[in-house]
Design a protein around this ligand. Structure first.
Ligand SMILES: [Mg+2]
Length: 182
């Protein structure tokens, strides 16, 4: 009996798509004289928590706009890494959580994958707000702690970002992923 290929689940925002820099750039452009946050100052995965309470709703609303998810820039090296994982025989799936208010986010995440990775990858997407329900060996995710209703089968490997450095878990970037995973 041959061994099943290892299954690698790959998160989208903060891993393949640069959510953080895009939303901060929009905020900065629209609020040049108000509170600003530089990417290097982001110490929380949930950036909203770093904003003054009275500005949080307005900041969060940016990601709910039509076109926001569609326009996110890709994180350098992501596409190449996923292609290489497949070439090596790994079972790669994109595992992403949609926003609770999902009208634009869900179709735009599919459109983003089609544009930046190619149409075949839309068949390899799993959208869920509970990633513990998805079976796999590794979850590559930038969120410091991924929880849900089950004990996950996967090991969480962090995609290295400024806001997850206080977490003591294995971590990688698209520059060094082979050294960490293979
Ligand atoms: Mg993420």
């Amino acid at each position: 009996m041959t061994q099943a290929p290892r299954t690698i689940l790959v998160d989208m925002d903060g891993v393949l798509a640069d959510f953080q820099s895009a939303i901060l750039a929009i905020w900065e452009a629209e609020h040049p004289h108000e509170f600003t946050l530089k990417e290097s100052e982001v110490t929380e995965h949930d950036m909203t928590q770093l904003f003054p309470p009275e500005l949080r709703d307005e900041f969060d609303a940016i990601a709910l706009r039509e076109g926001f998810f569609r326009s996110l820039p890709p994180i350098e090296g992501g596409r190449e890494a996923l292609t290489e994982m497949q070439r090596l025989g790994l079972n790669v799936r994109i595992c992403t959580a949609p926003k609770k208010i999902h009208r634009f986010c869900v179709p735009e995440k599919y459109a983003w994958i089609e544009e930046h990775l190619g149409g075949d990858w839309t068949n390899r997407m799993v959208m869920t707000r509970d990633k513990t329900l998805v079976a796999g060996d590794i979850l590559i995710d930038d969120k410091p702690c991924v929880t849900g209703s089950l004990t996950p089968t996967w090991t969480h490997v962090l995609y290295d970002q400024t806001y997850n450095r206080s977490t003591d878990k294995p971590r990688l970037t698209w520059q060094n992923w082979k050294e960490v995973l293979l």
